[in-house]
Ligand binder design. Sequence first.
Ligand code: MG
Length: 224
Amino acid sequence: MLKISVIYIFVHLCIRQILTTMKIIAIGRNYIDHAKELNNPVPESPVIFMKPDTAILKDNKDFYYPDFSKDIHFECELVVRICNEGKHVSPKFAHKYYDAIGLGIDFTARDIQSKHKEKGLPWELAKAFDHSAVVSNLLPKEDFSDLKNINFSLKKNGAVVQNGNTKDMIFDIDSLIVYISRFITLRKGDLIYTGTPAGVGPIEIGDRLEGYIGDQEMFVTNIK
Ligand code: MG
């Protein structure tokens, strides 16, 4: 009996550890067309920001429009899951540090972000708020024949609003892992949101967002 209790507590602690220590690292301006649509310069190195684990919204749960913003935008992005602890990862081995690919939305309070950008302040309140990181189920990366040619898209109320392909990333997945891990240790379970293509726009209560990789529906998010 005691043995079972000890095992139970150990498993419980392990699960809690896994659930509470993951982080989300997100990339800004990783597609030239999107950098241009927001009048931002094309970056020479990746633009990095983070979201806490409380930002995660999964299992097709509804997104509730928050009261602190009047201009929440969708940004559909390919999501990569880290599978090994990595610090100063070399380009040759970067591919060993991720094992799964999904699709998500980096919800952004554009009104707050614009104000903060003007003042040169950090973006966190515009990017890291609760449920700002929609994520689909993840697919093993072996399911993809070419990681540098993955098509993805977002539909809003049935109409395609964003269409991207990983070949248009300014910094590809391996380069992102090399760059980020110079500064921040990557851990198993962390997610990287790899940036959004052009076509970002506002959401309203009642909207329905559907994300696709190729023809496969990856998530549905209803705005409440
Ligand atoms: Mg984004």
